[in-house]
Design a protein around this ligand. Structure first.
Ligand SMILES: C[S@@+](CC[C@H](N)C(=O)[O-])C[C@H]1O[C@@H](n2cnc3c(N)ncnc32)[C@H](O)[C@@H]1O
Length: 305
């Protein structure tokens, strides 16, 4: 296993998944709005998803003492734990899946294999919280070979994304997995509701909050990462969480969609976060908003500093 050392080039990790709402392309905007990191000891990311911001931050600010990540998605959290504790076991499983898949030359045969793996994934023991290397490998395999790398489940928490016809998907990116594993050694990984991360709050804590976005158009209404929906009431509950951080002089940055970019009169977040700093940043999104042919649209970065 790679170890972090003060004397070597810092390790650069990047997400091991494709993820709806992935923040890779917003890193520049986010880095321009960070708090003074000299005053931060603890970084908390309660909606980790594919972790684009966390991997970037941990790679570029190796002096942060404590890093905590969380997600409600138990299978995703299992994957993070396996990468942290058993990355070699994961790589072995993934290589086996990769050879099985690529031994099938036609899309029809690959599609059949994909659905077979999806059945195996859906037969998982949903109650089990034990770390499971096979389940972690199936998660990455499905993410790399399914339609658009989506993660969508039905009300019974069964993964239901169809096959995606890729010519040569990279199923096992072992160098990146090992880099991520090295970075995760200093990261505490939790599986629960975001509110449980409030216990890490102090004046020297920075929270980056990237919840499921408020849908702003018919075509962008995908936010079912888990079988629980994140509706307006949930957005309002999250504002209460931000208030709690602020009341204890912690720092937060929150990302969300900007409903105003498709409807001038929709000031939902402007009203909700009127006591904070609301920044608008441009993001490329795969949506059909009016007057936005290139798919560039404003998103919100809200901070209390
Ligand atoms: C927009 S995604 C985060 C994207 C991430 N920043 C990235 O770059 O990939 C939102 C995440 O929040 C998780 N989630 C939804 N409701 C949650 C809750 N109540 N508590 C914690 N996580 C939740 C979802 O499982 C999903 O992974």
């Amino acid at each position: 296993m790679k170890e972090l050392s003060l004397f070597e080039e810092p390790i650069q990790g990047k997400p091991f998944l494709k993820w709806a709402g992935g923040k890779g392309q917003l890193i520049d905007a986010i880095s321009a709005h960070l708090p003074n990191m000299d005053n931060i000891d603890t970084y908390v990311e309660p909606f980790i998803g594919s972790g684009a911001v966390m991997f970037w931050l941990v790679s570029n600010y190796p002096n942060i003492k404590q890093v905590v990540i969380n997600d409600l998605n138990t299978e995703l959290v299992n994957l993070y734990q396996i990468i942290k504790y058993d990355v070699e076991g994961l790589i072995t499983e993934l290589k086996a899946l990769d050879s099985e898949y690529k031994a099938r030359p036609t899309q029809e045969e690959r599609s059949e294999y994909y659905y077979q793996i999806r059945v195996e994934y859906n037969a998982r023991d949903l109650a089990s919280r034990e770390r499971n290397v096979r389940l972690a490998a199936l998660f990455i395999f499905l993410n790399r070979t399914c339609f658009n790398g989506l993660y969508r489940v039905n009300g019974k928490n069964l993964f239901n994304v169809p096959f995606g016809k890729y010519a040569n998907p990279k199923i096992c990116d072992e160098d990146n997995l090992r880099n991520d594993s090295a970075l995760l050694q200093k990261v505490e990984i939790l599986n629960g509701d975001y509110a449980e991360t409030l216990q890490y709050l102090s004046e020297r804590t920075f929270y980056y909050l990237d919840p499921p976005y408020k849908p702003i158009s018919e075509t962008s209404s995908f936010n079912s990462y888990s079988s629980m929906s994140f509706d307006d009431e949930q957005q309002i509950r999250l504002k209460g969480f931000c208030d709690a951080i602020n009341a204890h002089n912690g720092k937060f940055m929150l990302s969300n969609s900007d409903p105003k970019s498709v409807d001038d009169t929709n000031t939902f977040f402007d009203d909700l976060y009127r006591d904070y700093n609301i920044n608008r940043v441009l993001a490329k999104r795969n949506i059909n908003a009016k007057g936005n042919k290139r798919g560039e649209i404003n998103e919100l970065l809200i901070t209390n500093f």
